[in-house]
Design a protein around this ligand. Structure first.
Ligand SMILES: [Zn+2]
Length: 377
């Protein structure tokens, strides 16, 4: 078969998943940068100035970049070498990573895989990491979940959720000429991955994504703990999503952080509902407000006031709670942590520790969805 045909087949097979491709992620996106320092941590790097002039990065050199008159004043080991519009820090070979330190502040120092582009937008230095998608996925999984477990199977679950998010949001910053930022606005990306369990999980699931019954890549929201039952997306965000429905989730009941309690002054609790137009002098209403129960299953509202709103206004850990009078207070006894839609991370960890495989966990939390390998898309 001709090489051209092979390339077309490869594009058809992997075009949807970015398997083995680089993406562009803006670093320090929430910070104004006027000065950075770069250093190759591992592997060899080349420097490319304004896309044309190139130089090999001297070993152990540190590159200083300072914003001056909307240009980059670049120095190597403190010797100024010129002013440019753009600097590219290009890895020479596999597994290269570099260190970036903004404003000489070592507390902000981070390490990233692959390449870096630096330019100026008039207000700040813009740093774009051009990174292999698998290095990005591993870094996000480590940023978001390391510390909760060391279970490889769970990291596979998170890798697929992260890859789905990435695939669906590549155009989120297209006007700014990069794909994703490094903050919670997209996915937290605060350093390269270096934990073997995370890297192994990403490698073993490379290219895989989760699709619905029509073969479409799905949204994969997750939360800390469902409290024993997940919530339908329509009850939280008002949007009906066929695979984000309420699921009985006994696995989350085995977590240490399951239960929570909060006491609120009875007067404050009742006045809150009075201000929402509810007649609190009516004895039936009063009884409901003081003895609200979700023991038979999750509810959407309390006398028409959405539980999502109540959770927000009282700063509750979840919407899954019962109410009882407690002296001059009411006591809210709740289960779970987070919005409750999609995957429960603590439940998923328990499933993985019990021997379930990552695709079984995904099929439990996202009904009618399945894991698809890149060649099957
Ligand atoms: Zn963003």
């Amino acid at each position: 078969m001709k090489a051209k045909h092979l390339i077309i087949i490869a594009l058809l097979a992997f075009g949807n998943t970015l398997w083995g491709q680089k993406i562009r992620v803006r670093l320090f996106s929430e910070r104004k940068l006027d000065k950075i320092e770069l250093k190759a941590s591992f592997g060899a790097y080349n420097l490319l100035f304004d896309d044309t002039i190139s130089a090999t990065m001297p070993r152990n050199a540190h590159i200083g970049v300072v914003m001056k008159d909307n240009r980059l004043a670049v120095s190597i080991n403190d010797s100024v070498i010129g002013r440019y519009k753009k600097l590219k820090f290009v890895s020479n070979g596999l597994k290269c990573f570099f260190q970036i330190t903004p404003s000489n502040d070592e507390k902000l120092q981070r390490r990233y895989d692959d390449d870096l582009i630096v330019f100026c937008d008039g207000k700040s230095l813009i740093c774009i990491n051009e990174v292999e998608e698998y290095n990005y996925v591993a870094a996000v999984v480590q940023s978001e979940t390391w510390g909760a477990t060391t279970n490889v199977e769970f990291f596979k679950v998170q890798a697929l959720c992260c890859r789905n998010y990435m695939s669906k949001n590549l155009a989120k910053h297209s006007k700014e000429d990069f794909n994703l930022c490094d903050s919670v606005h997209c996915q937290v990306y605060k350093s390269r991955a270096n934990k073997p369990e995370v890297i192994e999980a990403v490698f073993l699931t490379r290219g895989e994504v989760i699709t619905d019954d029509k073969g479409k890549i799905i949204e994969t929201p997750f939360h800390s703990n469902s409290g024993g039952m997940t919530v339908a997306a329509v009850d939280v965000w008002g949007k009906d999503v066929p695979y984000l429905v309420s699921v009985v989730d006994s696995f989350s009941l085995k977590s240490k952080n399951l239960n929570w309690e909060k006491q609120i002054k009875q007067r404050e609790w009742l006045n809150y509902f009075r201000d929402k137009g509810i007649d609190i002098k009516d004895s039936a209403n009063l009884d409901t407000l003081l003895h609200f129960s979700q023991s038979e299953g999750r509810k959407k509202d309390l006398l028409g006031v959405s539980l999502v709103k109540i959770r927000q206004d009282f700063g509750l850990r979840s919407t899954y709670f019962n109410v009882e009078p407690w002296g001059s207070d009411v006591k809210l006894s709740g289960k779970g942590y987070g919005h409750g839609v999609g995957l429960s991370q603590e439940g998923a960890i328990i499933m993985c520790e019990q021997g379930f495989e990552y695709w079984e966990v995904i099929e439990h939390y996202f009904p009618q969805c399945k894991v698809v390998k890149p060649q099957d898309l």
